[in-house]
Design a protein around this ligand. Sequence first.
Ligand code: ZN
Length: 138
Amino acid sequence: MTSPPSPNGADRSGYTFPGVGQIFWRGVTKRCPRCGSGHLYRRYLSLVPDCPRCGLHFEREDGYWGGALAVNIAIVMAIFIVTFVGIMIATVPDVPVGLSLLILVPIMVLGPVVFYPYSKTIWMAVDYGFLQKVSGKA
Ligand SMILES: [Zn+2]
């Protein structure tokens, strides 16, 4: 049985939960969702296992990064759809197929790599700020 969050909003480690906007911003800027510390990546794709400041362990269970995969797909698909619709609106009825592919294919190939580290920290923010707080597991 898990204990509910303390009345002052702090988690079990003593860190006070920031607001929803701040948690999301920490995810977007590749920072720890609990303390806001940066430097979470050794290299572009290599996330440290624990936060260097507060010690929050990031991969809480097997399969944890499946949520980051969903975030990555959502970000890249949103960019693809906005770009695709923008090209369609700007060029109908003479849609340049070759130019469209020249723009859209790199988005789908490079987008997942570019947004990989951001998708992990955004997923950590969603998990920490919403799922753990609501369930009282933080
Ligand atoms: Zn931290």
